[in-house]
Design a protein around this ligand. Sequence first.
Ligand SMILES: Nc1ncnc2c1ncn2[C@@H]1O[C@H](COP(=O)(O)OP(=O)(O)OP(=O)(O)O)[C@@H](O)[C@H]1O
Ligand SMILES: [Mg+2]
Length: 458
Amino acid sequence: MKNKSMHALTPSQIVNELDKYIIGQTEAKRAVAIALRNRWRRQQVSENLREEILPNNIILIGPTGVGKTEIARRLAKLAEAPFVKVEASKFTEVGYVGRDVESMIRDLVDYAVNLVKSEMTLEVQEKAENLAEEKILDILIPPLRKNPNTNENVDAEGNNETLQNKKTREWMREKLKNGELDKKMIEFDVNTQNGLGMQVLGPFGIDDLGINFQEIMGNIMPKKKKKRKTAISEARKVIAQEEAQKLIDMEAVQKEAIERVENSGIIFIDEIDKVAGGGKGSGPDVSREGVQRDLLPIVEGSNVNTKYGVVKTDHILFIASGAFHVSKPSDLIPELQGRFPIRVELKSLTQEDFVKILTTPENALLKQYNALLETEGVKLEFTSDGIREIARIASEVNEQVENIGARRLHTILTTLLDEILFSVPDKVPASIVKINAKFVKQKLDSIVKDRDLSKYIL
Ligand SMILES: Nc1ncnc2c1ncn2[C@@H]1O[C@H](COP(=O)(O)OP(=O)(O)OP(=O)(O)O)[C@@H](O)[C@H]1O
Ligand SMILES: [Mg+2]
């Protein structure tokens, strides 16, 4: 089983997909698209050369709120590849209290195991549902006993009922299938792990040993059966789920997961600038450089122990990102810099970008608010001059107070719509609320003019 979707997307298709959610930032989109496609290309190369081809790790550089994290998130969805996002500033040097950098690999494998498991569950779903149906029929129709003399099926009165039973079963199956029995209550057995279903909490750091504590405990403790009584519609789901679990080969899942992590895993390291040198001399710098040194072998390629097995990190794609306000990429230790050969700068967003961000992406903010209020029977109508005004105010506040990029649109919209969001549904102002430039000015102008106020509110 290979990653199918990745094969399909060419670099330009990847950019097109990203365009649906992210405005502008063409250069960054191109860079990640090429990196993603290169991994697919690498998979096609003959084996001896394949090992030599290293991923083009990328550093995205740009001010806050311009789409760095968003690009990485959307990319991971597109690739359907194992993906984790970590924050460099959360890590501490080995030996200090905090997360060590290898935990990102363990997280990635966990993610991949879940991903593969749910894919495989989907594959066995139909089979599992059929098995569940048989089980339910077994419960509904009491099983036949064998007549010890003739070896034929008999019922309690000793009548031969094989044929009759078969008919009843098919009749029941029909009823079961078309949902007539959904509400009927039924009692059935479920397996409960660890008897009490309690969480086994390992001692701190047990994960570091690469031991699956849960699984060991699960194997030691006997599986217990428990009776459950639910409606048939629910029982069907529960039993099918149990059957699916039995049908899945967990060893194969783990193997596949590790293979995917090694060949198509993506790790997004956010806030890499926070561990870059910068100001010299102060205490925490030592630990920052320590984190970089710890990162080095992982990015460079090494073996990491996880509870599912050893993972080779050589071909994992790393995308780092940072605002680099204070420090510069060149403040990173040279060895680490060398491992991120591609640097792309993301641009500050303009007023025009804001207009587009508000309206065009599939998850655009205005669409979100519209959908929210539609549930209450209120329609928001943003006129184009209203939208322009919101965008204008966003860039003005960004310039005057602090540039937080597109995040500013969130704060402005919550303030702008505060009254409507609060009064609906108790007091519906109108079934269609028009939001034009006048409305926006009225609501926001006084706040924008008062810089102290906008600092707090917007
Ligand atoms: N170019 C863009 N197009 C569409 N939406 C954007 C764009 N840039 C940012 N956004 C939106 O703004 C919010 C913040 O963006 P994102 O998380 O990508 O910021 P970032 O660049 O990672 O910032 P930081 O450096 O603070 O982590 C998200 O909700 C995102 O959808
Ligand atoms: Mg970010």
